[in-house]
Design a protein around this ligand. Structure first.
Ligand SMILES: [Zn+2]
Ligand SMILES: [Zn+2]
Length: 416
């Protein structure tokens, strides 16, 4: 099997890996560079046959983060796009709220352990713990060769047992491991990250110090984080307030153990911009589906001391109108680096104008270096190739002589 990493040997973001065997090809992920725009053609990769119908047989997506799926609109209608079943549902749910969003139409969906055949390739998805729901490592077999692509993963989330399963019972005889190294350069070699349970505790502590509404800024698609937030709300006696978008994303998981809009302790608030969009798109079914615990702007001020809102900047005008921000605290529950970017800066300014303090509660979606070392040792590949990392040069010192650093665009063999 031949491999070509189009992007990711020295970069986090825009991941794309091309595989070739016996005259057939397969793509793993087709992501957008971190600061990229989907229609900026300078980011588009030169990949033959993306429109489909030729020797490129499929695009397989590891999970729904933009840096892995953000250029999938370049795949033509004749190219099958494979992804987790819940990932596809979440893409559809989000598309109802995000202008210019794209969802592939020629799709193949899979679940954990369900092998797929594309010509000479057998792809077995392995469910992993990550900040995106329904994320997979991908085992690809062709000829006599076995390649394992880690995708993005971690051990310290709410599904850490999946990581331990992989360490305890890894796929055997791996010729090439493409291992993500997001944490290299972000974390000391022996440090570990807080767990999602630690983040839940942190929320509880911050809620106790908050007289008014807690405004928790987290991605609704970070389902682990929403679960941490819901559990913290229960412990603190606060109602978790979701907007319609978050309610839809949670429903799209299809998982009865994930908090839903009709659960006790959950309320749904539909902000003005979502009401406008629903009128324009005629999607009144969305409001209908989440009406059980719906609340209105007039109720927010009274609820504020006992509420935690899954917050985004676009909700601020509605909160101003509802006059519910007295004693409020904002809690930034995503990557702190976003706060340094122009949109983050604008939020910081708007919070400061309202004298709303800003606290932090976050943990990484990616494995610590000790966890990556455990995984690499368990898999014991013949060749380990860094991907999804800014610091490939540090891999040999951490993972040993099996490491081979590859370059973007270069073809090489899995049998090194
Ligand atoms: Zn990811
Ligand atoms: Zn990623």
């Amino acid at each position: 099997m031949r491999v070509r990493i189009h992007r990711g040997t020295r970069e986090i973001g825009g991941t794309c890996v091309e595989l070739e065997h016996d005259g057939a090809r397969l793509l793993l992920d087709l992501g957008l560079p971190l600061d990229g725009a989907p229609d900026d053609t300078s980011h588009h990769l030169a990949i033959n046959g993306l429109t489909g119908g030729g020797d490129l047989l499929a695009l397989v997506l590891s999970h729904g983060h933009r840096d892995h799926v953000g250029l999938s609109h370049l795949a033509g209608p004749d190219l099958p796009v494979a992804m987790g079943a819940a990932t596809l549902r979440i893409l559809w749910a989000a598309a109802a709220f995000v202008p210019d969003s794209y969802v592939p139409t020629n799709t193949v969906t899979f679940t954990d352990g369900q092998a797929l055949r594309f010509g000479p390739f057998t792809v077995t998805p392995i469910l992993v713990d990550h900040s995106a729901y329904d994320a997979y490592a991908l085992l690809v077999e062709a000829g006599q060769q076995r390649l394992l692509y880690s995708g993005d993963l971690r051990a310290h989330g709410r599904k850490g047992a999946l990581f331990e399963r992989l360490v305890r019972d890894p796929p055997r005889g791996i010729d090439t491991l493409l291992l993500e190294g997001s944490s290299l350069g972000r974390l000391d070699d022996d440090r570990t990250f807080p767990t999602e349970a630690d983040i839940e505790d942190r929320f509880v502590g911050l809620f106790a110090d908050t007289e008014g509404m807690a405004l928790v800024t987290a991605s609704a698609q970070n389902i682990d984080r929403v679960v941490s937030l819901y559990r913290a709300c229960k412990r603190a006696g606060r109602t978790l307030v979701l907007d319609l978008y978050a309610a839809e994303v949670l429903a799209a998981t299809g998982n009865p153990r994930i908090p839903q809009s009709d659960w006790p302790g959950v309320s749904v608030f539909v902000p003005r911009h979502q009401r406008v969009r629903i009128k324009r798109t005629g999607r009144f079914d969305l409001i209908e589906r989440h009406r059980a615990n719906r609340i209105y702007g007039e109720q927010l001020a009274a609820l504020a001391p006992r509420a935690a809102l899954l917050f985004r900047h676009s909700l601020l005008p509605d909160l101003d109108r509802a006059d519910c921000l007295s004693g409020a605290r904002a809690i930034w529950s995503q990557w702190a680096g976003y706060l340094g970017q122009p949109r983050g800066q604008a939020l910081v300014t708007d919070l400061a104008t309202r004298a709303i303090p800003l606290s932090h509660a976050h943990t990484s979606g990616h494995a610590s270096i000790p966890d990556l070392k455990r995984l690499a040792a368990a898999i014991a590949p013949r060749q380990l190739v860094p991907v999804h990392t800014f610091e490939p040069e540090r891999f040999p010192a951490l993972f040993g002589s099996c490491v081979t650093i590859r370059e973007d665009g270069q073809w090489w063999e899995t049998a090194a």
